[in-house]
Design a protein around this ligand. Structure first.
Ligand code: HEM
Length: 504
């Protein structure tokens, strides 16, 4: 399609959605108003961002300063260790620079809570420049990096399509994926070096069911792989690896197509092309499901529709938006869910008594280990194990990020519009101030009634694996279902990963 036609269609779609759902901010939501968020960092008169404690001198020179600050952590990509250093040295708030961007990191859960309570109408996260560059060059509406009304024009109908009952539709096929994971572990040994790949295949399979209504069978077909499926999986993993690498290298790809960029572009194009094919297949299937048109010309569709079919049936969102949204659902889960499972299996494997406790809970509540929409939600110890794994190994290295979209006062400092906020979840989740013996894997701390409500609230704000507020993880319930299914099946087969061979 000609880019001009596409962009006109996009504008029309966004305008129409804004009108329909009244998404234009009202005057009291104007982006120019300042808000005040108090915390314990500074209680005196209002100071400016430059007064916030933080690295000074050479460390404040754009690019040179960041290179010096992050250099020690570059090899292992452990930038969260730099944030821990900032907390130790400067306390509850610290200011630092990333390129030309002014950043502020908060190590105070009350301040996070305050920032989120005053969240903007169209929240924005810290940018991912390589994806932005790709989206611009290809004129693609990549969901995760979208801003303003364009973002909400997809988020809102998509969120509506994730109705409470929709999760149930995925439980049986996703259960089969979890059973295939168990078979793989039984056949190859739970400490096989291929376990990382097997977990990635599990989460890619489980997520493809959500994104494309398709049971690909990445794990099942490992012995006789389908070239297209393998290319798809390879490109997904390549896409994510290259995003990670791009964060630690100079953004020269903005000027010309560097080797890293061309590899990224090839991976992203391949994912798009194959995803488009899967979306088209789902559309054809939907057509077949439709009952023939009656004499008035209207045709009926089955009452229960999956997310993809709901969006295709609704017909409001342009196909390109649907493809990009489905890609966001796919990427949202694949790496995060597989990484999470690696850590949880390892942490449980190191604590046999906790694993046994989990086994008892599962065997008492899940009859014949057959997971249903009813029993999956009644496993408090499993939920506590998941939460504790998220605390012990936070999934997002940088913690949650937001762009300040209007001048704001935070903790007694005037924070100008355009500053980037980082929430120090990665530091706080290991802090003795909020967690007793933080090094220990103790799911019990998350059980209902383990702490008074205020302590529990602060603990929750320290961890936040799925983010918070209007721009939180859209796939949270899917992620939890995929995690719970894998944990129930693996634990009920009494498989334990006691050493970390192959896990990373
Ligand atoms: C362990 C698994 C997962 C973790 C830890 C995780 C975490 C996150 C986080 C932290 C964010 C940013 C939230 C914020 O800025 O407040 C996010 C966004 C998102 N996640 Fe997840 N996620 C997971 C799995 C999934 C799954 C399975 C899906 C899809 C089925 C998904 C889809 C998305 C999407 C679409 C967004 C972007 C939302 C937006 O920008 O409006 N995630 N996720």
């Amino acid at each position: 399609m000609h880019p001009k036609v596409q962009s006109d269609m996009t504008k029309k779609f966004v305008r129409c959605c804004c009108k329909k759902f009244r998404w234009i901010p009202s005057r009291h939501q104007s982006t120019s108003t300042a808000s005040t968020i108090s915390g314990s960092a500074n209680t005196g008169s209002i100071k400016s961002l430059s007064d916030v404690p933080g690295p000074r001198g050479i460390y404040n020179i754009p690019f040179i300063g960041d290179a010096l600050q992050f250099y020690p952590y570059r090899e292992t990509m452990e930038s969260h260790l730099y944030f821990r250093h900032l907390h130790k040295r400067y306390g509850k708030m610290a200011r630092f620079r990333l390129g030309m961007k002014h950043c502020l990191i908060l190590f105070d859960p009350e301040l996070f809570g305050g920032v989120m309570a005053h969240e903007d109408y169209y929240p924005e996260r810290f940018p991912v420049p390589i994806i932005e560059t790709y989206a611009k060059r290809r004129n693609r509406a990549m969901f995760n990096i979208q801003k303003g009304p364009e973002w909400l024009s997809i988020r809102s109908p998509a969120q509506k399509s994730i109705k409470p009952g929709v999760l149930k539709q995925y439980i049986n096929p996703q259960s089969q994926c979890a059973e295939e994971l168990v078979t793989w572990l039984e056949n190859h040994g739970n400490n096989n070096p291929g376990i990382k790949d097997a977990l990635m295949r599990y989460s890619a399979d489980a997520n493809a069911i959500v994104a494309f209504d398709k049971r690909i069978g990445f794990l099942q077909k490992m012995d006789s792989p389908d070239p297209e499926h393998e290319l798809f999986l390879h490109s997904i993993s390549q896409f994510m690896d290259l995003v990670g690498q791009s964060v630690y290298s100079a953004p020269l790809y903005k000027l010309w197509r560097t080797k890293l960029y061309t590899e990224f572009e090839t991976a992203a194009d391949t994912v798009y092309k194959i995803s488009e094919k899967y979306v088209d297949e789902a559309k054809q299937e939907l057509e077949k499901q439709r009952k023939p048109a009656d004499e008035t010309g209207s045709s009926e569709v089955p009452a229960e529709l999956t997310i993809l079919k709901h969006l295709l049936h609704d017909g409001q969102m342009p196909k390109e938006f649907i493809i990009n949204f489905m890609i966001a659902l796919l990427f949202g889960g694949v790496e995060q869910v597989s990484q999470f499972l690696m850590w949880m299996f390892w942490l449980l494997g190191k604590s046999p008594e906790k694993q046994e406790k989990l086994y008892t809970e599962i065997s008492n509540n899940v009859e014949d280990f057959r997971v249903t929409a009813e029993n999956i939600g009644h496993l408090p110890y499993l939920k506590a194990c998941v939460k504790e794994t998220f605390r012990r190994v936070p999934p997002i290295v940088t913690g949650i990020t937001r762009k300040v979209l209007r001048d704001t006062e935070i903790g007694g400092y005037h924070i100008p519009k355009g500053t980037f906020l980082f929430f120090g979840n990665n530091t706080l989740s290991m802090s003795e101030e909020y967690f007793e013996k933080p090094e220990e894997f103790r799911p019990e701390r998350w059980l209902p009634g383990a702490h008074d409500p205020q302590t529990q609230r602060l603990m929750g704000l320290c961890v936040l694996p799925f983010g918070m507020g209007k721009r939180n993880c859209l796939g949270r319930r899917f992620a939890e279902q995929e995690i719970h299914l894998a944990a129930i099946k693996v634990d009920s087969a009494k498989i334990s990963c006691r050493n970390n061979r192959g896990l990373w």
